[in-house]
Write a protein that binds this ligand. Sequence first.
Ligand SMILES: [Fe+2]
Length: 273
Amino acid sequence: MSTHAEDDVIAPISVEDSPASSPVAPAPNADRAVASRTRAFDTPRLARQFADQGAFLYLEDFLAPEVTAQLIQSAHGLLDEVNRNYLPGHKQGGSVSRHTIDRLAPFIAELYRSKELIGWLEQLSGDKLQLSPADDPHAYALYYYTRAGDHIGWHYDTSYYDGRRYTLLLGVIDESSCRLDYELHTRNPDVPDQPGSVQIPPGGLVFFDGDKLRHRITPAGANEMRVSLTFEYVTDANMRPWRRLISNMKDAIAYFGFRQVFRQMTHRRKDRA
Ligand SMILES: [Fe+2]
């Protein structure tokens, strides 16, 4: 049930406000921009906080301003590429997969691969992190909440990989009432569940172990717009074939559409032929 989002009704943006109408800013150096922020943090303290919160961390102000500006520009520029999905009772919204990002917003791919970023996330999680495989559309993706009722219901970012799956959410645009509601410690019988809720401003960060954090995005109101960027890192990129099938079907139906998800597989088959 996916449609193109060209007919999305989005609140008009004045010429002065619109990053898309500004001259295109040159992309910053991802590693340098990340390092400029992370070296100012007390990372061991943040790592303790991450562990104490059951593998969850929220930072209101993470990205360097030039990175946030670049992401906002890309989010506006990719509006025509948004694939919309509606799963009654679970999800309504739009997304742009890594395949489209690779073609049209390569800075995002560079940020995803930033050694500075990955090294810092490794310090937080205590795990050695790997990039998600090339055919995983979640590796990096933009999520759009542009119509009244756009939301994602309660879920975990379940790992279909043999290892853990970490999610990094970066706030890009938030002209909305959407909140990330979450519950910590739900998988730990020794610690009471702890509910929480945050709004992620542009440049804000949420980092968590997908199998441990129960979470949702609350519905957008009328004339609201929210865009978040998600990065996925894994500790073991191997995935058993039957899990691969479940994961691909879920992605095709709930997120990116069959063409995006299975295109990569078709290409691989052709390569082997
Ligand atoms: Fe999620």
